[in-house]
Write a protein that binds this ligand. Structure first.
Ligand code: ZN
Length: 347
């Protein structure tokens, strides 16, 4: 089968890879309908993160189940499925608490390489959520978004306690940040009529700003760092936002998020932190709650799939480039140069 493999920074090739096979009785094999390039794939692409090259790439996927192991009970061949970027049993104590991304048996789907024609899914019953039927083609991008970027943005918003009456600021205008805007809006509108709730997206790019507004942003702050913090304070009577989602993972963005949060407020951080060191005095005097990490997407998947299936949300809009799998390298390049927000790959 064909699959994307990274050989080093800036070097992605699509080549013949070994066909995946059932290894455990709890596995499934899916035919990948669509996969994509993640912002986190850009860290090794840019040489910031060293991997043991060459490595298969990709951890976001939707597809059709071809085969299941003897112990798989709920997932059936022929179903269309969405799964998280962590394989998880969904039965251990950590999973039952809603933290499937820290499952005691978790498997990083990235290690199996989802940018490929076929994919082995560990713990199929725990990892996958089936759609009610085979989806129409136009729903596939949104369902694929649920696999990571939507689920991650959603977790960021939940961790930041976005909700009715809250002013939510989102740091980062990548796909995750944009979908955290969507999540923040949904989390409020879902419960009560919004009061003075405001969603502020921090963005420098016009097409991203347009999408942020479409997803529910009421204001755009263009400044970064301390200036960005100042702007948020100006917009919030000098207090800071109740909820801030951090969706970048740098020193500047983390401090921006913490400093833009009002005392007693919540920071949900979902950008993969690289070389970030937080000054303890800032944390001490900030009086903010910090919660984040690799998103337990599986916790939210049933709800997200339903919202997408009923066309209540359209997170697939973050894909502004679609390529055949064989052109995966062009997708990495476009995202690296910020010409594309997110590239969808069709095997
Ligand atoms: Zn578990």
């Amino acid at each position: 089968m064909r699959g994307a493999v990274m050989y080093g920074p800036g070097d992605v090739r699509v080549e013949e890879r070994e066909e995946p096979r059932l290894v455990e009785a709890t596995d499934a094999i899916i035919r990948v309908s669509a996969a994509c390039v993640c912002g986190s794939d850009l860290w090794p692409y840019r040489g910031v993160e060293k991997l043991g090259w060459p490595v298969p790439m990709g951890h976001e996927y939707v597809g059709i189940v071809e085969e299941v192991g003897a112990e798989v009970e709920t997932i059936k061949p022929g179903q269309f499925v969405v799964g998280s970027f962590w394989g998880s049993d969904n039965t251990c104590e950590i999973c039952r608490a809603g933290y499937q991304s820290a499952c005691v048996n978790r498997v990083a789907m990235g290690s199996l390489g989802a940018q490929a024609e076929r994919l082995r899914i560990p713990f199929a019953d725990g990892t996958l959520v089936a759609t009610p039927e085979i989806p129409p083609n136009d729903l596939i991008p949104s369902l694929l978004a649920a696999s990571d970027v939507l689920g991650t943005g959603w977790f960021g918003a939940v961790a930041a306690e976005a909700g009715p009456g809250k002013t939510v600021a989102v740091v980062g205008d990548g796909a995750v940040g944009l979908l955290a805007v969507l999540a923040a809006k949904q989390l409020g509108a879902e419960r009560v009529i919004a009061m003075s709730r405001r969603v502020i997206a921090m963005s420098r790019h016009e097409s991203r700003q347009r999408l942020a507004r479409e997803f529910g942003a009421t204001e755009i702050v263009e400044e970064r760092g301390d200036d960005g913090v100042e702007r948020i304070k100006e917009l919030t009577d000098g207090l800071g936002a109740h909820s801030v989602v951090e969706a970048v993972g740098t020193q500047e963005s983390m401090l921006q998020a913490i400093h833009a949060t009002q005392p007693g407020g919540h920071v949900g951080f979902v950008g993969v932190a690289h070389s970030v060191e937080l000054p303890a005095m800032d944390l001490f005097w900030g009086l903010v709650h910090l919660h984040g990490g690799p998103a337990p997407v599986r916790r939210f998947l049933p709800e997200l799939v339903e919202l997408i299936w009923n066309r209540q949300i359209d997170p697939g809009k973050v894909f502004d480039l679609e390529l055949p799998l064989d052109d995966a390298a062009a997708g990495y390049e476009a995202m690296d140069e910020r010409r594309a927000i997110k590239a969808l790959l069709r095997p």
